[in-house]
Design a protein around this ligand. Structure first.
Ligand SMILES: C[S@@+](CC[C@H](N)C(=O)[O-])C[C@H]1O[C@@H](n2cnc3c(N)ncnc32)[C@H](O)[C@@H]1O
Length: 248
């Protein structure tokens, strides 16, 4: 489906000055969207990170997603929701922050994109009755105080692919971990690449919602443990997964 046919003529038509005023009124923005020439966060400290992420993500999505259902978890102002919709998918974007959902609804209306945005916490995702062909779970995992609880709920909603991204720290090693070990075994915990997650008691990067930051081995182990098979690892922070069966 072409981007023209999903961006219907229900576009909210605002004069440029009014569009700029509304964008300002709805700030601050985390997503730097280009709304018909008006950038929502041109001075973002992470620069054009969305474009860099999207460069990877789009390689794992079908060009034509017509007839597919996609879920964008922690959708923020809806950058990925919009991209999925432009490919023809029926999209649900969820976030627990009404501030961002208001931005997402406004931006989608400006672009004339028919996307459902719903206020929902990751921990409530098991209330959704059916699975989604594509699930994007990007930039949220490390914000969860109960990350495995959240990941288990997310994993159950994936029909075809999970596109996952998290903040990652520690080295790139993967230690060979035995299926079982005697309680006297202590050395393996010291090995570089033993799966682990760093707990942030106070703040990291000034953000009190950065709770747990895994290393690469730890993230892969948790994705597998949640029932995912790892298909690709485009860069340090991102994994493309498919369901492997029931969670451990
Ligand atoms: C770092 S932003 C990432 C936004 C977007 N997914 C991306 O990758 O650009 C984290 C987003 O997740 C949302 N979020 C954090 N914890 C959440 C939770 N427990 N349930 C739902 N949304 C959550 C935040 O409100 C925010 O919009």
């Amino acid at each position: 489906m072409s981007s023209d046919s999903v961006a219907t003529d229900r576009r909210q038509r605002l004069e440029p000055a009014e569009l700029r005023r509304q964008v300002e009124r709805l700030g601050p923005w985390f997503h730097n969207l280009n709304l018909r020439g008006v950038e929502t966060a041109p001075d973002h400290p992470l620069g054009n990170f969305l474009e860099q992420m999207w460069w990877h993500v789009q390689q794992y999505l079908p060009e034509d997603m017509t007839g597919m259902r996609a879920l964008d978890i922690g959708c923020n102002a809806g950058f990925y929701s919009q991209q999925l919709r432009r490919r023809g998918a029926k999209v649900l974007g969820v976030d627990h922050d009404e501030h961002y959902l208001t931005q997402a609804r406004f931006a989608a209306a400006v672009e004339g994109l028919d996307i459902e945005f719903r206020r929902m916490d990751v921990y409530e995702l098991d209330q959704l009755p059916t699975a989604f062909d594509y699930v994007l779970f990007m930039g949220v995992f490390y914000h969860l105080r109960h990350p495995l609880l959240g990941l288990d709920k997310v994993a159950r909603l994936v029909r075809k692919r999970l596109i996952f991204q998290s903040m990652i720290r520690g080295g790139p090693e993967r230690a060979a971990v035995p299926v079982d070990a005697p309680i006297t075994e202590r050395a393996m915990f010291e090995a570089p690449g033993f799966p682990c997650m760093y707990f942030i008691e106070n703040r990291y990067a000034g953000d009190p919602t950065n709770w747990w930051v895994p290393n690469e081995a730890g993230m892969e182990a948790m994705l597998r443990s949640a029932g995912m098979r790892l298909l690709a690892h485009p860069f340090t922070e991102m994994w493309i997964c498919e369901p492997a069966g029931a969670p451990a």
